[in-house]
Write a protein that binds this ligand. Structure first.
Ligand code: HEM
Length: 442
């Protein structure tokens, strides 16, 4: 049972709009809404979003408590179900406790070092080819271009399809429909709704993956899907075809939109700060020619700083939802059983408690001598933490580094417009207007 209004009545909340509560406020101005609420109420308050009260926790200490969950209080599955349950019902993030641990152990096999090295060797040459097709000296939207690129790359590295396969196009459209259905106001598959398009896309995708399993399990291909078909945990357990299809469907979603969003923030920052672009170009040039190797990843410390700062400023996942299975108390505030709670990682990462001038782009804040992110274990947590910490953290860093090398070896990037870039933060951040840019030869 959800916590009743009466049980939550002691928790303050900002002004509401009829019917939609704070949903539209949150979609229009996520950071402004939370900053105003924090200024008025402190670190804990509630918002009415998508028809339910959700208690927001905005301190690093509370984020640590929720994500590491020492008292086994919080359900991931119930926290994410409203947004993701209809299209990603059995994904890793929608599983709890022992069941989650079992499935995560099997998925881990697809992220071991030899598998990661083979993804890099599949990814890097494809990235070069895809980037070679980008227009020089002509304005284009970076965000739509990087979405298309990461989806094509995903079809290749994750599924073993050629990046220009017509099938990649269909798969991509279905993924877009799945994701678009996660935050629509109508939450039933009524005709002509995004929700229905999402559930239909889900059925097509899962059916498609299911049909591929037998072949891939018996083959030797190195793409991600094939690795997942053969993956086992230490006791030799592996998944059946339906489980593989469900996990893979979720993984494609978790992998591509987040990385595309992080890369958009990074390229926006590099276009705004050409001195950093030059520093990364020098770092990339020092790697020399030839195919990208795993050793090169360790020789890109400045790229690490810039990527970390991009994820701090505009984290691809702004908040992490959970549901309290039992009542608990936080700093003397009783939180009833059944409450929907959210770990507000984006707000922690913009907090002056942890970061000097928190709205400024300043990658050096992560350097060893400043190390602002180490002011608290959860001061920088774009990949979450605890049992559900992002399993693709190293994969996405690898992809970002391979992309940065391919981009800056060929091009320099500049914004095609002046004026502030406004980010639509929910569900996954994207710049309004698509971030028009122009490329010039390096
Ligand atoms: C910049 C890129 C990325 C960001 C910011 C990001 C962020 C996150 C966050 C915050 C979570 C935790 C959610 C929770 O606790 O409920 C998560 C989980 C997850 N991520 Fe990522 N992610 C990124 C890229 C990727 C990639 C590239 C993959 C796969 C190759 C991936 C696969 C997953 C999976 C499978 C989970 C669920 C883990 C679990 O529940 O045990 N992510 N991600």
């Amino acid at each position: 049972m959800p916590a009743t209004d009466a049980a939550l009545s002691h928790i303050p909340f900002p002004p509401q709009q009829p019917l939609v509560g704070n949903t539209l406020h949150s979609l229009r101005d996520f950071t402004g809404l939370h900053r105003r609420a924090m200024a008025e109420f402190g670190d804990v308050y509630r918002l009415r979003l998508m028809g339910k009260w959700r208690v927001a926790f905005t301190s690093a200490e509370a984020v640590e408590y929720i994500l590491t969950d020492p008292d086994k209080l919080f359900s991931n599955a119930q926290g994410w179900a409203d947004a993701l349950g209809h299209v990603f019902p059995n994904g890793l993030m929608l599983r709890d406790f022992d069941d989650h641990r079992l499935h995560r152990r099997i998925m881990q096999a697809a992220f071991r070092k030899p598998a990661m090295d083979s993804y890099l060797s599949l990814m890097a040459p494809e990235l070069d080819d895809l980037l070679a097709e980008w227009p020089v000296g002509r304005r284009f939207g970076f965000y739509p271009a990087i979405k298309d690129l990461t989806l094509r790359l995903g079809a290749h590295v994750f599924m073993g399809l050629p990046a220009d396969a017509p099938e990649a196009e269909t798969l991509n459209r279905d993924f877009i429909d799945e994701i678009a259905s996660t935050i629509t106001v109508v939450r039933k598959p009524l005709p002509f709704t995004k929700f229905r398009r999402g559930t239909q896309a889900h059925a097509r995708l899962v059916g498609r993956f299911h049909a591929l399993v037998e072949d891939r399990r018996n083959g030797t291909a190195e793409d991600f899907f094939s690795q997942m078909c053969r993956a086992t945990d230490d006791e030799g357990r592996h998944w059946d075809a339906q489980e593989i299809a469900d996990h893979f469907n979720f993984l494609m979603m978790a992998a591509h939109d987040t990385t595309a969003s992080g890369l958009t923030t990074m390229v926006w920052a590099l276009a705004e700060h050409p001195e950093w672009q030059e520093r990364l170009a020098v770092e990339v040039a020092a790697l020399g020619d030839g195919p990208m190797t795993p050793e090169m990843l360790g020789a890109m410390p400045l790229t690490d700083l810039v990527f970390k700062e991009a994820l701090r400023l505009v984290p691809p996942v702004s908040l992490i939802p959970r549901r309290a299975l039992r009542a608990f108390e936080w700093n003397g505030i009783p939180i009833p059983a059944g409450s929907y709670v959210s770990a507000q990682i984006a707000m922690v990462m913009r907090s002056p408690k942890h970061y000097t001038d928190p709205d400024a782009f300043d990658p050096e804040r992560f350097s060893d001598n400043r190390a602002e992110d180490r002011s608290h274990r959860f001061a920088w947590a774009p990949f979450g933490g605890g049992a559900h910490k992002c399993i693709g953290l190293h994969f996405s860093t690898m992809q970002v580094k391979a992309f940065t090398r391919a981009l800056l070896t060929r091009y320099r990037v500049a914004r095609a417009d002046t004026g502030e870039v406004v980010w639509k933060r929910i569900p996954i951040p994207q710049p309004r207007g698509g971030l028009p840019v122009t490329l010039s030869p390096a």
